[in-house]
Design a protein around this ligand. Structure first.
Ligand SMILES: Cc1cc2nc3c(=O)[nH]c(=O)nc-3n(C[C@H](O)[C@H](O)[C@H](O)COP(=O)(O)OP(=O)(O)OC[C@H]3O[C@@H](n4cnc5c(N)ncnc54)[C@H](O)[C@@H]3O)c2cc1C
Length: 535
């Protein structure tokens, strides 16, 4: 079967690509997604996210290899395996990161990715509920809205931040990122606004867009350095698809896996996995970066948190009004803070406040009532990698996150733990907080807190960098996301991010897909999508 474009993966990036590329009726576009349709109601009711993180029907549910600096624990890494990908299971916080993040991409060899160049593309996708402004767009597919409901405890968290000496902000994507405030969310009037909902669903009306779900791509068809299409298992049957151009949008774990399965990577590593090397490329799977996160948990005196909430009543209220706790993204409030270790004027710690006790991604259901502050190191210096142990495409790749392998990252994580505790100690929580559960009173000095971090730190779900963009030895794609040395192949998802942004990664991934689609359309004969004037 022949197409102009094949897109592998209908996640945050893949759905945007499919929508944009199919705007031109002359383009025949095939979108292949390993997961199923996004029919489960918990995907669409925001508070359902607490369950999605562990639901294997919509989740790849990966684990890292034993992490040497985290007591050899194998950390749980949820990733979306369903239409919308991780945007169908994520916490919906809308954050772009800091302008300087993108300037540093450009300085590192990614020409054309400085803030002034990427800003119009964030705005292009956006439909900002508060209206258009210098930094926000309206009329785009992605609804960016204020929460319809948040807990009074989230207000206390913001107040506590102010009492601790930090600014209050009502927009983390405004002129100043730093401060304490409520997150804006990717929601459409209380309903999750995944990229499947926002971009793909309307585009599926078009006859030139074909979507196959339960279609797992196994390898790229390479002929003399040209990508000709893919081989996939569709509902259990192996099929071959041909295209003028193939785009991998399988995410930061699966895109490098697919390249390696297709013989693209480090020859020695490929041979070890039983794969014949076809194209040597040192950077495939390297440069893995993620936001490591540590939670501070305290109990509360009353029962006003979301713990043990009456799910039936919350669900009913949500069905009737699209409001109440069911419409909450749970991580309602947050902060961007510059610690004493900050190396420039950017915040280096991000907080997510959860008005409930949250341990181990919600897998450890705790007794009692309480609150959680997540704190993560925004710009880690540790680097991990993705490798293959076998040539079997159905086998999960090996994830070596190598968290905290630098002294700087260890010190940052202790700063994170200290900050969470300091916020809970403020007057704003004085009349409602009870005992500290984690880290616990016995963990006070640096060594004790580091020991606590080693025992409890987890991912906050932002792996990137494994097919990085650039022109150095580890770069896999060029600044237009074309795989170096191979014709007809691009990678477009969070894996191309060269260095982590200072914030959550969904909006940046959507921006990346917008740009990639525009370049692809520019290169195709008849151009339809008009890029924003300022870009
Ligand atoms: C639990 C969780 C919470 C998060 N919270 C937030 C948040 O609040 N805000 C935020 O901005 N970011 C958040 N993120 C991160 C953000 O959602 C991701 O960075 C982003 O979705 C990544 O987009 P992607 O396109 O790279 O990959 P994905 O969205 O993961 O998409 C990859 C898609 O490709 C498919 N696929 C993979 N391999 C194959 C194959 N071989 N064949 C066919 N299909 C394949 C997958 O099934 C998936 O659908 C969160 C992530 C998680 C997991």
């Amino acid at each position: 079967m022949e197409y102009d474009y094949i897109i592998v993966g209908a996640g945050s990036a893949g759905c945007v690509l499919a929508a944009r590329l199919s705007e031109n009726p002359a383009n025949r576009v095939l979108l292949l997604e390993a997961g199923g349709r996004d029919r489960h109601p918990l995907i669409h009711m925001p508070a359902g996210l607490a369950r999605l993180a562990t639901m294997t029907s919509v989740n790849w549910s990966y684990y890292t290899q034993p992490e040497p600096e985290l007591n050899n624990r194998e950390l749980y890494w949820p990733r979306g395996k369903v239409l919308g990908g991780s945007s169908s299971i994520n916490a919906m916080c809308y954050c772009r990161g800091h302008a300087r993040d993108y300037d540093s991409w450009a300085e590192s060899g990614c020409a054309g990715w400085h803030w002034d160049a990427v800003k119009p593309w964030f705005m292009h996708s956006e439909d900002q509920q508060r209206g258009a402004s210098e930094l926000h767009g309206v009329g785009g597919e992605l609804k960016v809205q204020d929460l319809r409901y948040h807990s009074p405890l989230s207000e206390r968290f913001i107040e506590a931040g102010v009492q601790a000496g930090y600014a209050r902000t009502d927009d983390f994507n405004g002129p100043r990122q730093r401060g304490f405030g409520l997150y804006q969310v990717t929601q459409d009037n209380g309903r999750r606004c995944s990229t499947a909902y926002a971009f793909l669903r309307p585009a599926l009306e078009r006859p030139n867009l074909t979507l196959l779900t339960r279609a797992r791509v196994q390898s790229i068809r390479l002929e003399n350095g040209i990508a000709r299409g893919v081989v996939a298992t569709v509902k259990g049957r192996q099929q071959s698809f041909e295209a003028g151009e193939t785009v991998l949008a399988g995410g930061a774990i699966n895109s490098p896996q697919l390249l390696m399965l297709s013989g693209i990577g480090r020859p020695d590593d490929l041979r070890l996995a039983g794969i014949e090397p076809l194209h040597e490329m040192a950077g495939v799977g390297q440069n893995l970066q993620d936001h490591l996160d540590i939670c501070t948990l305290v109990g509360i005196k009353g029962k006003q948190s979301y713990d043990h909430i009456n799910e039936f009543m919350a669900g009913l209220r949500y069905l009737l009004t699209r409001g109440g706790p069911g419409s909450s993204n749970v991580a309602e409030a947050g902060a961007f803070v510059a610690s004493d270790l900050a190396q420039d004027d950017r915040p280096d710690i991000q907080l997510h406040f959860v008005p409930a006790l949250l341990d181990d991604h919600g897998r450890n259901r705790m007794e009692g009532y309480g609150m959680t502050i997540h704190a993560c190191n925004l710009r880690p210096t540790s680097r991990g990698e993705i490798r293959l142990s076998t040539d079997n495409p159905d086998q999960a790749p090996l994830i070596f996150a190598r968290y905290m392998s630098t002294e700087f990252d260890r010190r940052m994580m202790v700063e994170c733990a200290r900050l969470g505790r300091r916020i809970f100690e403020q007057e704003a929580f004085a009349d409602c907080r009870s005992q500290e559960i984690f880290p616990g009173a016995q963990h006070q000095d640096y060594e004790a807190l580091l020991e606590f971090v080693r025992r409890k730190a987890e991912t906050i779900y932002h792996p990137v960098g494994t097919c990085k963009m650039g022109s150095d030895d580890l770069a896999v794609v060029d600044p237009q996301l074309r795989v170096h040395g191979i014709d007809g192949l691009r990678v477009c998802d969070a894996s191309i991010i060269p260095s982590l942004v200072s914030g959550n990664t969904n909006a940046p991934t959507i921006m990346i897909a917008e740009r990639c689609a525009a370049w692809m359309l520019e290169n195709s004969k008849s151009r339809q999508s008009v890029p924003p004037a300022a870009a």
